[in-house]
Write a protein that binds this ligand. Structure first.
Ligand SMILES: Cc1cc2nc3c(=O)[nH]c(=O)nc-3n(C[C@H](O)[C@H](O)[C@H](O)COP(=O)(O)OP(=O)(O)OC[C@H]3O[C@@H](n4cnc5c(N)ncnc54)[C@H](O)[C@@H]3O)c2cc1C
Length: 350
């Protein structure tokens, strides 16, 4: 007989949590899972638009290869809820610092307090203004060879020049197909070492501005230049400008800065996701523009463990100070009573 665990799905939002996780993609849900399992009160507030939503599957993800992006998020939400974490659909509008933590305001008027924040809001892929690019994004217009390279292997691939990483991108996609054409578009035609590299790898360069993508029967068939000529292509790769979603944090003085790669803007952090603003942590694409799903999830878990460690240190300091004042320490019996009152059936403790 198969045991089925029934997880109660609600949009419950308490007044206060140890940690509010803003953004419920791979990074945020993974962080929340760690925190819930660490018996922290945690809520994930998620606007429900993960970056890879247009793609049909998540690739390069061990043990979940090819899973649909929506299914991955649903499974993650269920896992968080299975340990008593809350997951709420909504968009956070603003965040403000308070004496002992943060006030997080949702766009729908609700608000919640947090001792710590984990920001996992991901990024926005800004695409060149070429008709067809956005509507084919994640299908036959792609950016990442590790996400899509296998699916478009041996196809006629065009790489659209859009920024400092474009020639590198063309050299990468050459690993998956020997028919790669580089469209310099609005960039200067590659020169010097770059031109030599492209020629040596058999990558054709087409100069001139791209006007649009040619779509027939819901399939990409070519790239049209402004002179009217069409170069047959089955897939197009383009390096988006990746801009971290951070507007809601400006009141805390935390702003996105240019990433050293030149590929976009991110929030800098240390290797564990700690930012320069005390109590605020980041994980996933909001800080690491190159993180894939596995890397984003790992970063969420690392940040969560660090947040938990910081809370433990704070609670220990408070307990030591209380003990020095001769106050009664927090007993297991007292914890059990408080847990029952606050959490009811979802309580833990002795
Ligand atoms: C087309 C495409 C295909 C991809 N395919 C793959 C692949 O095959 N394999 C792979 O490993 N990676 C793939 N990626 C990369 C993958 O999307 C990222 O690695 C991953 O989404 C990063 O996770 P994240 O949690 O940092 O951000 P996201 O997954 O983008 O999650 C961020 C979440 O935060 C929410 N949010 C944002 N602002 C707010 C707010 N103010 N309030 C509340 N919620 C908010 C968003 O709605 C979203 O749900 C692909 C990317 C693209 C663009």
């Amino acid at each position: 007989m198969v045991a089925v665990e029934v997880v109660d799905v609600t949009d419950e939002l308490k007044n206060t949590y140890d940690v509010v996780v803003i953004g419920g993609g791979a990074a945020g849900l993974s962080g929340a899972l760690m925190l819930a399992r660490a018996r922290r009160s945690v809520v994930v507030i998620d606007a429900g638009a993960p970056r890879n939503a247009p793609a049909s599957g998540v690739h390069g993800l061990l043990a979940r290869e090819g899973i649909g992006p929506a299914e991955l998020v649903e499974r993650g939400r269920a896992e968080v809820r299975g340990y008593g974490g809350h997951v709420v659909s909504g968009e956070v509008g603003t965040v403000a610092r308070e004496e002992t933590g943060f006030q997080v305001a949702l766009a729908d008027g609700r608000s919640v307090r947090a001792r710590r924040l984990l920001l996992a809001t991901g990024l926005v892929d800004e695409l060149p203004d070429v008709p067809g690019l956005r509507s084919r994004w994640g299908r036959d217009v792609v950016h990442c060879p590790y996400c899509h390279g296998w699916e478009i292997r041996d196809q006629a691939i065009g790489v659209l020049g859009s920024g400092p990483l474009s020639v590198h991108q063309a050299l990468l996609f050459r690993q998956w197909s020997d028919d790669v054409t580089f469209f310099s578009h609005t960039l200067p035609s590659p020169a010097g070492e770059e031109a030599e590299q492209l020629a040596a790898r058999g990558i054709r360069v087409v100069d001139g501005e791209v006007a649009s993508l040619e779509i027939v029967d819901d399939r990409l068939v070519g790239v049209r230049l402004t002179d009217g000529s069409v170069v047959k292509r089955e897939a197009v790769a383009v390096a988006s400008r990746m801009v971290a979603r951070t507007g809601l944090l400006s009141a805390l003085g935390l702003r996105a800065v240019e990433h050293p790669s030149g590929g976009g803007e991110h929030i800098p952090s240390d290797a564990t996701g700690r930012t320069e603003v005390p109590g605020v942590w980041v994980a996933g694409n909001v800080t690491d523009l190159a993180a894939q799903v596995g890397g984003a999830a790992a970063a969420g878990a690392v940040a969560a463990a660090q947040i938990n460690a910081e809370l433990i240190a704070e609670e220990t300091r408070q307990a030591v100070a209380a003990r020095a004042r001769g106050e009664v320490p927090f007993s297991p019996e007292m914890e059990s009573r408080v847990c029952e009152a606050v959490l009811g059936d979802r309580r833990h403790g002795l």
